[in-house]
Write a protein that binds this ligand. Structure first.
Ligand SMILES: [Mg+2]
Length: 359
């Protein structure tokens, strides 16, 4: 089945007001939708750009990879992945090139599921029908009332775990963690995410001060390449360290895992190289007895993670809910793998019309 065309769309939804973590302020939720057409069907993926180079992310598909991929056999997913790695080797496979390679890979797996009429999870050898999911957010820009409202909403929807940002003023970080632990009670899971914004001294102090709140993991305490600080912190705290969402391809995960710098491995579906890269990293984590907690791409991670017994939970933000045709449902902390073919993701036509950037 030959690939006939690849189409992209750019959607821009404003965050009003903007939100912030320890290292970014986000004003827009920009998404690049990628549709691979073959045999009268289409496979869909999307890239989460915020406002970071959306046109560049779109352009790697429209102006580069598309000309090599159109005409290829849609069933040769790994061959197309390898070809895209080869094509982009000269400019560097990481960064924008990997986003494009990954988006095509995800769309091809979606297309395969649709063609066979089965959910993507079946293609990966599902280990369970529902996976644990946590409510993510707790932005540093939130007032105390906004933080408490968000946690209440997650609990009301059936979530049994939440994550909040840290890396602001230390006393406030501690107070927010204390307040959220009190709200969710002793038995639900609580995670924290520093978005690479802590110093080693700051992280050592913070982890000492929050021991009693039983944090399930501390995510990205330091710059992603600062292995030394990861190792020194992990030697001095019981709190598991998590990282990986900013790593491109499989090689950096090999370094993180072999250095024993983290215990929770967090592939990002696009940066890691799509379904193909995600599964390589999940297998690496599993074979080293490490835990898995993928980053952001909830609808896709649900199908992928259903195959992996070492999963802790997938991440859910509610931003996409108004844009999607099918609601994301959570019951008793679990999201059920939908039985729609492929990844079962479809954007509402009205949402595409409202938020499309025309150019
Ligand atoms: Mg994170």
């Amino acid at each position: 089945m030959k690939i006939d065309d690849i189409k992209t769309e750019w959607l821009r939804v404003p965050f009003n007001p903007p939100i912030a973590d320890s290292t970014h302020e986000l004003c827009f939720l920009d998404l690049i939708l990628v549709e691979v057409h073959a045999g009268g069907l289409s496979g869909l993926s999307y890239m989460l750009s915020f406002d970071y180079a959306p046109q560049l992310l779109r352009g790697i598909i429209d102006h580069e990879l598309k000309r090599y991929v159109v005409g290829c056999d849609a069933d040769q997913i790994r061959a197309i992945y390898e070809q895209n790695l080869k094509t982009t080797e000269y400019i560097g496979r990481e960064g924008v090139a990997m986003w494009g390679t990954a988006a095509i890979d995800v769309a091809l797996w979606d297309l395969l599921g649709k063609r066979l009429g089965v959910p993507a999870a079946l293609l990966f050898g599902a280990n369970r029908k529902a996976v644990p999911v946590y409510g993510s957010g707790g932005w540093l820009s939130y007032s105390d009332a906004q933080l408490s409202d968000e946690v209440s909403r997650y609990l009301a929807r059936g979530f049994q775990a939440v994550k909040l940002k840290v890396g602001g003023k230390e006393d406030r970080d501690v107070e927010r963690i204390r307040a959220v632990r009190k709200m969710i009670g002793p038995d639900r899971q609580l995670m924290i995410d520093a978005n690479q914004g802590l110093t080693l001294d700051g992280a050592l102090r913070l982890t000492r001060r929050i021991e009693e709140y039983r944090v399930a993991w501390l995510e990205e305490p330091f710059a992603k390449d600062d292995l030394e600080s990861y190792l020194r912190l992990s030697a001095q705290t019981e709190i598991p360290l998590a990282a990986g969402e900013r790593e491109f391809g499989v090689a950096p995960f090999r370094r993180l895992v072999s250095a024993r710098a983290i215990t929770v491995v967090q592939p990002d579906l696009l940066r890691v190289g799509g379904v193909t890269g995600w599964r390589l990293v999940a297998g690496l984590a599993e074979s080293h007895l490490l835990k898995l907690a993928p980053h952001f791409y909830r609808e896709h991670d649900l199908h992928l993670a259903a195959a992996y017994p070492n999963l802790i939970a997938i991440e859910s933000f509610d931003w996409l809910d108004p844009l999607l045709q099918h609601p994301f449902e959570v019951k008793d902390g679990l999201a059920v793998v939908p039985d729609r073919p492929g990844f079962g993701v479809a954007f509402r036509e009205e949402a595409i019309r409202e938020y499309r950037i025309k150019n």
